[in-house]
Design a protein around this ligand. Structure first.
Ligand code: OGA
Ligand code: NI
Length: 216
């Protein structure tokens, strides 16, 4: 499977330095990797999103168990489309292969026994956000590492939509095209700040158990 989808690509971006990525995750709980994929692949991912939009495949995202604590208020405003290999287009498969490779390497370096990951496209329309939360709660304790891969070209200061990590200090990460942010699912509280423009990403979770049927 891996070899098949890779053959059509000419992606020039280098594979991330695993030592650095693992060290940063272990020491700081997060890491930011720029140029995880090149422009051509990102363009193709936008086409995949456009396709799913036309097919009306995006759904308003739910919040799993979190609604037990958040009843009346909108917690997140994004629309999502879960990704499965079976229906994934070549660009999506290319991304998945790279992510798989990254997961395997991290699993070895961090002794995490990561087995699988789940991911979805996400679109945050203007004015939407995702309130501060943790990605791991009881029913999702198999989530070990969260990731967000951003697809926003020409993002500018003032466009909002930053990923805010609540570490010892607050850290805001702009959702810039080609940027991959990874952080620990169990300890790093985070939020998506209000966006002024449509904000596109692939968000996912590396797990230490195989993926079940995902929920909305
Ligand atoms: C999430 C999330 C962050 C982002 O979907 O759980 O926190 O930057 N996403 O999109
Ligand atoms: Ni999250």
């Amino acid at each position: 499977m891996a070899g098949k989808s890779r053959s059509l690509s000419t992606d020039p971006s280098p594979f991330p330095n695993i030592e650095h990525v693992a060290e940063s995750l272990a020491d700081k709980g997060f890491v930011v990797i720029d140029n995880f994929l090149g422009e051509e692949q990102i363009q193709a991912l936008h086409e995949a999103i456009a396709f799913h939009r036309e097919e009306d495949n995006f759904r308003k995202a739910g919040i799993g168990n979190a609604h037990l604590f958040q009843v009346d208020k909108e917690v997140r405003g994004d629309y999502i489309k879960w990704i499965s290999r079976g229906e994934a287009r070549p660009a999506t498969l290319f991304f998945m292969d790279r992510m798989e490779e990254l997961m395997q390497s991290l699993s070895r370096s961090l002794f995490l026994s990561l087995k699988d990951y789940e991911c979805h496209f996400a679109i945050y329309p203007p004015g939407t956000y995702y309130e501060k939360h943790l990605d791991q709660f009881k029913s999702t304790s198999n989530r070990k590492i969260s990731f967000a891969f951003y697809l926003n070209r020409e993002w500018q200061a003032g466009d909002g939509g930053e990923l805010r990590l609540h570490l010892d200090e607050i850290l805001d990460i702009e959702p810039l095209s080609g940027r991959l942010a990874l952080f620990r699912s169990d300890t790093v509280e985070h939020e998506v700040l209000v966006t002024a423009k449509d904000r596109y990403s692939i968000t996912g979770w590396m797990r230490d158990q195989p993926t079940n049927i995902p929920f909305y």
